[in-house]
Design a protein. Structure first.
Length: 310
């Protein structure tokens, strides 16, 4: 057992002893909940935060429990706790930002945008809220407002990797591929481990017909994240454009092994099978894609979204 593990066990043991001696010790419950959260034991953390709230409720406890619910994907419960946290501390921009993120993950973009607007009003230099609001605008098709938000974030923080990735993605959507490549390159320089930045830059190179550069970037994206099914799909598309349908099928199959419901990869593989004369397998893939989603378009990787503020 490592020294760190021993220290963690001792910390929990000491807090549990304190609670046993004084079951009304809300501070011990709070601290033990923090320890459980740090170890990824969300249910245990929620139980201790709940007990602490029963003993001595405050805004931070509601906030902390909400973060646990968000970590579990239980966004409705998280929002209820963020509501209480904001009611008790209306100027807590972190709680409002996180509530906006929870609304966004539930598809309630109008409510999410209201929260991000308020965060930016109270804290005009909050670049996380700017990027998050920019994503809402981009999802709604308001590219002008999205660009303003991403660029404003970069003016405040020129090292904001997420803003570069998302502004680059916006350029990509608008067929401004040189500008997209520049932004993705900036993101890579800031974070050389970003699989998403490499994958997106590869897509932009591919749209310009720079297939070798695209393959190099998509290779790197897959090296950094071997479970990036989008990168496999996109690399397969590049191989297909280069006429190498055997390699394309290998990549589409890898994408589908990671995500069997990937309709675009099924369609793409069907096209490559068709090009190789295997019309039977092509029809199998086309039919499977239609069963999953008749309107599924071929997509580049989704834009980056920040996680909750801790």
């Amino acid at each position: 057992m490592s020294l760190e593990k021993v220290e963690e066990d001792e910390a929990l043991a000491q807090l549990s002893t304190a609670i046993d001696k004084n079951p009304a010790d809300d501070i011990a419950y709070r601290r033990r909940a923090d320890e459980f959260y740090r170890r990824g034991h969300y249910d245990r953390a929620i139980a201790d935060y709940t007990k602490a709230l029963q003993l001595n409720p405050d805004a931070k406890l509601y906030y902390n429990r909400a973060v646990q619910y968000s970590s579990k994907g239980q966004f409705e419960q998280a929002i209820r706790d963020y509501d209480e946290s904001i009611r008790l501390d209306p100027r807590d921009t972190a709680a409002r930002y996180n509530r906006g993120m929870a609304y966004s993950k539930m598809g309630e973009d109008a409510k999410a945008k209201q929260d991000f607007d308020e965060v930016i009003r109270v804290a005009p230099d909050d670049t996380q809220a700017m990027v998050a609001r920019g994503l809402i605008h981009m999802g709604q098709g308001d590219h002008a407002k999205a660009r303003l938000d991403f660029s404003a974030a970069l003016t405040i923080d020129p090292k904001n990797t997420e803003a570069y990735i998302n502004r680059g993605y916006l350029h990509f959507l608008q067929n401004e591929n040189l500008e997209a490549i520049r932004d993705f390159t900036e993101a890579i320089q800031l974070d050389p481990q970003s699989s998403l930045a490499y994958s997106n830059r590869g897509n932009a190179y591919a749209k310009r017909g720079q297939h070798l550069e695209a393959l190099a970037d998509l290779d790197k994206a897959i090296e950094l994240n071997p479970e990036n099914c989008q990168a496999y799909n996109n690399r397969g598309t590049v191989y297909g454009e280069m006429g190498n349908h055997t390699k394309a099928i290998e990549d589409f199959s890898k994408a589908l092994a990671l995500f069997p419901q990937f309709a675009a990869a099924l369609r793409n593989r069907g096209h490559s099978y068709h090009q190789l004369g295997n019309t039977t397998q092509a029809q199998v893939d086309f039919s499977a894609a239609l069963r999953i989603d008749p309107s599924e378009p071929e997509r580049v990787p989704v834009q980056y979204r920040r996680s909750d503020k801790k």
